[in-house]
Design a protein around this ligand. Sequence first.
Ligand SMILES: [Zn+2]
Length: 126
Amino acid sequence: MVRADMNCPCCSNKPYAACCKLYHDGLPAPTALALMRSRYSAYALGKADYIIQTTHPKSPYYESNWKKWKLAILNFCHQMQFTGLEILSYGEDWVHFVAHLGNTTLEEKSQFAKVDGKWLYLKKIE
Ligand SMILES: [Zn+2]
C-alpha cells in the first residue's frame, strides 16, 4: 500500500508525497537524476506504466507490445525487494547508481535523453 507520508523509496529521506510522487503524478522530472530516482521508486511501488512512459522509444529495452512489457515489469517488481538506492555519481544526462534488491545489488551507469522537455531513460552505458 502506498502512503503519501511514507519515506520515498528512492532513499531521499523525503516523504513520498514531496518526492517521486510528484513525477509519478505527471510533473516532468527536472533532471536525469530526478528521473532515475523516480524510476527506482516506480519499480518499488509497481508503477509499470511510469516505467514504460519514461523509457525512450529508441532504448534497447523498449517493447512495442506494451501489454506484454507491463506484465514483465510487474513480474520483476513483485519478485524483487527494493531495499535501497545509492547514487555514486551523475552528470547532466547520466547517473551511476547501485540499486539494492533484497540480497542482490544492481550497479549501472545509465544514459538519459531529453525529448520534448521530458527526460527519458535511454540505455545502460556500463
Ligand atoms: Zn523519491
